[in-house]
Design a protein around this ligand. Structure first.
Ligand SMILES: [Zn+2]
Ligand SMILES: [Zn+2]
Ligand SMILES: [Zn+2]
Length: 98
């Protein structure tokens, strides 16, 4: 598998800031229960939009609440590595546009 780029914090097409993101989606794969709590590694995905309207699919890496488990960094459903925190954007379009 080719090396993936880190999750972008600016629009990869025009370099502009992201101004909004659409409704969050999650993949539905099974996840493991470890000693009574879940390690849910389903992908959280958002489509981030820049001022020009380019959409970029971004996924955030999962964490467990009560241990130091981390989800995988990479997966097939989006082109970039997962980010640790969502880009700092407050506007939600409420629509699924990707
Ligand atoms: Zn753009
Ligand atoms: Zn755990
Ligand atoms: Zn994914």
């Amino acid at each position: 598998m080719e090396a993936r780029k880190p999750s972008p914090t600016f629009c990869p097409k025009c370099g502009g800031s992201f101004v909004a993101f659409d409704r969050e989606r999650m993949t539905l794969v099974g996840y493991g229960v470890v000693r009574g709590h879940v390690h849910d590694d389903n992908c959280l995905l958002r489509g981030y939009m820049c001022a020009v309207g380019h959409m970029t699919a971004i996924s955030r890496r999962r964490r467990a609440r009560c241990c130091d488990w981390r989800g995988k960094e990479d997966c097939e459903c989006h082109p970039y590595k997962k980010c640790e925190e969502w880009p700092d954007v407050v506007v939600v379009t409420g629509k699924t546009v990707l």
